[in-house]
Design a protein around this ligand. Sequence first.
Ligand SMILES: [Zn+2]
Length: 677
Amino acid sequence: MVWVRQLVCLVCLTAGALAGTAAPPNIILITVDTTRADRMGFLGSHRGLTPNLDALARRSVVFTHAYSQAPFTAPSHATILTGTYPQFHQVEDFQVPLAKDLPYAPAILKAQGYHTAAFVGSIVLDPSQGLSVGFDRGFDYYDAGFHMAMPGEDHYNSTGRRGSDVVARALTWLSVREPGPFFIWVHVYDAHYPYDPPEPFLSRYKSEPYDGGIAYVDSCMGKLLDKLRASGLFENSLIAVMSDHGEALGDHGEEFHGFFLYDATIQVPLLIKMPGERFAGKIDNRVGLVDVLPTILDAARIAVPSDVQGESLLNMMAMPEPPPGRSAGRSPSDRERTASNPTASPGRPLYAETEYGVRAYGWSAIRSLRTGKYLLIEAPRRELYDLATDPNAEHDLAPTSKAVADTLQGQLDDFRRKTSKSVVAPSSTADPEAQEKLAALGYTASNADSLATAALGGGADPKDKIEIGNMMVHANFLLEVARNEEAVALLHKVIAKDPDMWIVYAKLGGAETNLGHFPEAVKAKRKAVELMPDSVNLHYELGNVLLKSHDYEGAIPELEGVEAKLPGSWKTHLLLEIAYSRTNRLPQAIKECETVLAVLPEQYGTNLWLGRDLIRAGDPEAALPRLTKAASLRPWAPQPHLALADAYDKLGRHDDAERERDEGKRLAEKGPAPDPD
Ligand SMILES: [Zn+2]
């Protein structure tokens, strides 16, 4: 591979831009999810998909050999926004929160006086939904607001948002923002599976729907860039565009992304338009998404925190030495950092890893190092490729070039040791309700404790499991968009291929529950528990579905086991209160209700259940405030009034009972309200 540096200074720095008093640049970070480098016109594609990004690229520095550090959304974005490697930030899947002490782009820029906002296109980056928790730190405004799809609900009105909507929301924020520099992160998800762009792209790219998604994303970028130009924000903004990872599209047998570390998913487009369009051209050096944050901070003359692990690419981009006085008012470490940060060498090794296989399915984690002409992949069956003669990584040299592989493995181990964080990452959320939500989503295991039994590196080689991996990505998508019948059929096909994957039964049970097929759901969840008996969350899920199938006696031991291990889970208390009440264990039911109400006094169902249980336990007087509260929380529901009538009757207050009964009947006639269980 020939490493060439081709730079053209299109517009030299103006005196004003060089002056120490120059305003801090606005920073616009754009991540185009799941976009392959080889679909970009500015990287040599002749498919004509990206005219708008190509126009931007002509005024930018384009990195022709940029690589992601992880092939799926949460870890890769964590690397982009923290400037650290996955083994340091430890956001290895959507369930691991971003640690508060990590350097983080919005927090750093906000501390420097920037207004900060994020506009994301998918629920996978929505911290309020228990995914990518902590990603909203430092953002004045984080635009997400997604929810799981209900049956028949459009994917783009629930778990996702079209790129044009994401862009429109970002433009609205820009139009009403307060004065001062801003940092915005715009994330568009439309190139991601299921490859269903809106018209005219759907029809135009019928035979290549993935390309249609790219073309649509490019059109969204065109709208954004046009508006930035029209509003005068284009010239003096730093605009960085990149993908978080590519898409395999069948490469090495992988359909999507996440399992493997070949170029199809790890090589990504990356371009940076400097404020004032100071530089344009191409850089062929190998760079990583880990370098984006230090480069942005360097360009904004902001000191790069010492724990950032990427390298500023600014020197490589031929940034002239700042004249005297340029750094006045900035931290001294600014210049030190710049001076001590050598230009990344053409042969700089670049690391990537994925724990998707181990976290989702208990297979092995894999790691890679691109160094010199080689790609080394550490896996149960190690791989080595000479990319200079074998750019598609089709001829594995590991069996015949053991000495080379061993040497590179030593480099990889050494690099990983030096760049890993020694402290344990914050654990995944333990709330079973959050786990339930996550279980229905594509990338996550349904149980945070899957790792406890699946030793990292001790599982199957993902190469041997890729067919199942592909099927599970399909199944997860079907579950995400509530196409439960199709999901059930596909999950049965997976079971036919591998009958020992607990997660498949867990997901099958979820789909059957959604369909109201409770006996099938119980059967599937029981099988999952049998295969993974130590999982608290699976016991919770089994308890929940037993409750739904009215097997209250069966549900109680499952839920009691969960309560003993996770006493803070209010959802478990809530389910137990119903199970106890339905089985006439009134003292226990009342105790569970009181436990829930101590934390959630506004919980409608618990107020109602407690009121009814108190009546049944012979204390109608104590029931009155609970039922009155329930009535105030849902003024349209008849049940609290009918229960109040019962309580008043028992107290001999027949006029009050009459009044409440009439009110209950009146509300019931307006429409049925289901019991809250
Ligand atoms: Zn992604």
